[in-house]
Design a protein around this ligand. Structure first.
Ligand SMILES: NC(=O)c1ccc[n+]([C@@H]2O[C@H](COP(=O)([O-])OP(=O)(O)OC[C@H]3O[C@@H](n4cnc5c(N)ncnc54)[C@H](OP(=O)(O)O)[C@@H]3O)[C@@H](O)[C@H]2O)c1
Length: 329
């Protein structure tokens, strides 16, 4: 049966403006870092993508190295694009990135013009796309002049291979510098992709206000701390969870008793709000005006369906926020 997208999909989730730009993103976006590689079951990956789209998730986030094997998440996405999503290309915001290791030798990682432009070309081929909507520099590179990396992003946009440019994992000072260079070049940075969750609050002291002052939005990754901020690990490490997989990035030693005790305490607040822990964790990252979207991962369709419902309870009382801070201290 050919796929037809749900007609009511745009009624399912709110869309929020990304910084001072023309783009609105769904408050939940789906990333393909885990569970979309060639080691995973294609039909499950496909179902997650289509369920997400049917529920209003218009933004899918990739990178050159997502897999495993590196590049295979882009190939999986390319297959779903070709088979199912092609008629909807203008409804989608598709991103990719370059910055981490992708191929051997001096031109296969970091931030040179040589690497960024050739990696973008490779990503487009793997996904079978003419352009991505957002192309990111994936991590700061202090050995390459910032101007060189930014001029490469500017060229990628000007040559039509991407519509917008973004940066990821840049600290506040480097973000401000990058934003200034890109504004002068005439291709303002759209978005920053930092790690942010109840267990990782580094963006709060400086980055958020920097983003507001330069007019960029934020899409925050690993808002569930890779699954720790759910009830998944409360009674141990389940088979098939990210921590149990050899290809997973969540290490068993990150699942400490201290963290699990915090998760248990958060579960009580979540229950009082009528939410799961995962829903609480997502609503919490979205409480900042500057956070445009929570960039989630999933290993099954039910995860997407559960998280999409955060919109029912996005607001927090002062009292709830204080209690959460106390738990996280
Ligand atoms: N820019 C960067 O440097 C960077 C780095 C990392 C990630 N990212 C992006 O951010 C995206 C999300 O990262 P992430 O996968 O770490 O995000 P996450 O949302 O923190 O973790 C996703 C994992 O949480 C578990 N999960 C999700 N929903 C659940 C639910 N309702 N109940 C129970 N467990 C649930 C699943 O774990 P199981 O698989 O164990 O079931 C899922 O794989 C990535 O795909 C990528 O696009 C970017």
């Amino acid at each position: 049966m050919p796929y037809t997208a749900a007609k009511d999909r745009y009624t399912k989730i709110p869309y929020k403006r990304c910084g001072k730009s023309g783009i609105k993103l769904p408050i939940i976006s789906l990333g393909l870092w885990h569970n979309f590689g060639d080691v995973d079951v294609y039909e499950n990956s496909r179902k997650m993508l289509l369920t997400a789209f049917d529920n209003g998730i218009t933004h899918f986030d990739l990178a050159n190295n997502y897999g495993p094997s590196p590049g295979s998440a882009e190939e999986t996405f390319g297959k779903v694009m070709e088979k199912d999503l092609k008629p909807y290309r203008d409804h989608l915001i598709i991103s990719s990135k370059a910055g981490y290791w992708m191929w051997d030798g001096p031109y296969g990682e970091w931030g040179s013009r040589k690497y960024l432009i050739s990696s973008c070309d490779q990503s487009l081929k793997r996904m079978g796309l003419d352009y991505v909507d957002i192309f990111y520099h994936h991590r700061p590179d202090y050995e390459t002049p910032l101007e060189e990396s930014m001029m490469a992003l500017d060229q990628i946009v000007r040559s039509g291979k991407a519509l917008y440019a973004g940066i990821s994992n840049y600290p506040a000072d480097r973000t401000a510098e990058a934003a200034k260079i890109m504004r002068e070049l005439g291709t303002p940075l759209l978005i920053h992709q930092p790690k942010y969750s109840m267990f990782e609050r580094w963006i709060e002291p400086e980055l958020i206000s920097t983003l507001a002052s330069v007019g960029m939005g934020a899409i925050v990754f690993s808002p569930l701390a890779q699954g720790l901020l759910t009830d998944k690990y409360i009674d141990g490490i389940p088979d098939n969870s990210r921590a149990a997989k050899s290809s997973g990035f969540l290490q068993v030693d990150e699942i400490t008793e201290e963290r699990i005790n915090k998760v248990k305490a958060l579960k009580e607040i979540a229950a009082e709000r009528g939410q799961s822990i995962a829903q609480l964790a997502i609503s919490w990252v979205l409480r900042h005006d500057e956070v445009t979207s929570a960039l989630i991962g999933a290993s099954k369709v039910e995860h997407v369906l559960e998280l999409i419902r955060v919109q029912d309870k996005l607001e927090f009382t002062e009292d709830e926020l204080i209690k959460i801070d106390e738990i996280l201290k």
